[in-house]
Design a protein. Structure first.
Length: 123
């Protein structure tokens, strides 16, 4: 199973833009244009981790949820790179994602505002 950490794509060399990733003197990663998701899988993607206090976390997206669509486009059949390029963007811009809750199996659509995500070594 392939995995991509959406907010640290520069480390993997996928859909990265100059300035997306900053490593501070304390070892904290700061990633611009992200929502705070770590996804894995094929077809419908499992959300492996949601970073605390990020747009995704604040919207109620949780570990185990399934990512179904981005901006109304199904993720089925898309590569992780294609999905990532749809989720990532400029700080302050909106992205809409549809997820299916692992707990309730209900679908919900949430609007997320892309922002700089701060990841501490122990996140």
């Amino acid at each position: 199973m392939k995995c991509i950490l959406i907010i640290v794509l520069t480390l993997l060399g996928i859909n990265a833009f100059a300035g997306d990733l900053i490593i501070t003197g304390t070892g904290e990663l700061v990633v611009n244009g992200a929502v705070g998701l770590h996804i894995c899988g094929q077809d419908f993607l499992h959300i492996e981790h949601v970073y605390l206090d990020t747009p995704a976390w604040k919207a109620g997206v949780r570990k185990g949820d399934l990512l179904l669509s981005v901006d109304g486009i199904s993720v089925e059949g898309l590569t992780l790179s294609e999905i990532t390029s749809k989720i990532r963007g400029e700080n302050g811009t909106k992205v809409t994602v549809e997820v299916e809750s692992a707990a309730t199996h209900q679908r919900k659509t949430v609007e997320l505002i892309r922002t700089a995500i701060h990841i501490r070594a122990n996140s």
